[in-house]
Design a protein around this ligand. Sequence first.
Ligand code: ATP
Ligand code: MG
Length: 417
Amino acid sequence: MRQSRLFTKTLKEAPSDEQAKNAQLLIRAGYIHKEMAGVYQLLPLGLKVVEKIKQIVREEMNNVSGQEMLATTLQRKDLWERTSRWSDEVVDVWFKSELKAGGEVGFGWSHEEPLANMMINHISSYKDLPTMIYQFQNKLRNELRAKSGIMRGREFLMKDMYSFAETEEQHEEMYEASKVAYTNVFNRLGIGGDTFVTFAAGGAFTEFSHEFQTVCEAGEDITYINREKGIAINEEVLAKTDLSELGVTQEELVETKTAEVGNIFNFGRQKGEEVGLFFKNDAGEKVPVWMGSYGIGITRVMGVVVEKFADDKGIVWPESIAPFKVHLVALNTDDDEIRDWSDGVYTALQKLGVEVLYDDREARPGEKFADSDLIGIPYRVVVSKKSKEAGTFEVVTRANGEVRNLTEEELYEDFVE
Ligand code: ATP
Ligand code: MG
């Protein structure tokens, strides 16, 4: 991508009404556009990051036999009435609307009810189980406070997965496999070391559900963590549970600000029973399906990564989700010889399959470097008169500022996957 053609421009300042660091940086660097509080458009750079996060999540969900689909945003009132979750007193984030033709619809804040209902068409026997479906979908939630940038949106992208099982044992197997898949996801996203499987208040039939909480100053949650034991507990569980049951004492736990990046939940047979999702077991009896639900906040994760790794100069992306791997910054572009040479390096890197953002703009070096730091691509390669004379390129690693001088040949070797 040639930066001269990128329609987004970097900004010196974020909008004055934006308080969250993640959104301030993402807006200034041209990843997102603020439409209104809690609602952000994804610009080309932002979409690239989101697609990379999605692909990592997709691979791990496919690994546990999840099948991807895409559900609708408009939802039926009667389905949510079946489970007593249509009322605003029960679910306080509903957006609802009236149909001109009469009747009401809801805008999907979650999809357990519609997808459980849909599965009535596909599950009739124990032979149809187990099965898991998932999607990446924009959720709409009428959140009271939207002050954490893309970490709390009123419209945001979630990966939601639903498991359907014959027995508790079969359910548990999928639940545990998903836990491992989630751990893999957060490792690959670069936040594994700071993300804890956290005991949270229970599902319908289990004592606990599990949240994935990432240590983050800007997070809205408080988690009690013991790193050595790898134990983490949320506030509700701390208040209600005998800690000895979890093998830890209160003194061993450190109160920590965290952001919930994922959540896994067991509905037992309750949801199946309420929605009417039954199957015939091997004894020929009609019984409700065991259900679980598994969420990951895709755009929230993006915000958490920005919050955690940014420095005073701007964003620092982990390589796995950076919009590009290399930021090729050309200086002295008014010199035809230098311009031709840097165009050649750009073409060569592209041919090698390296994702490159090429700053071919006519701008001052200081401005180019400041923009490059703000955008946060992992490696900056500088092409200039000086580098032409020296026969080497300066390669700067964004995360730690490490500077290497590589010949053209070394550069290509270094960046080939
Ligand atoms: P929270 O307590 O933060 O409101 P939640 O319990 O409502 O989260 P779930 O309904 O379990 O969240 O949604 C699954 C995942 O979606 C969460 O773990 C989180 O990562 C993400 N998420 C939830 N609400 C939002 C939001 N308003 N904006 C962005 N991501 C969200
Ligand atoms: Mg919520």
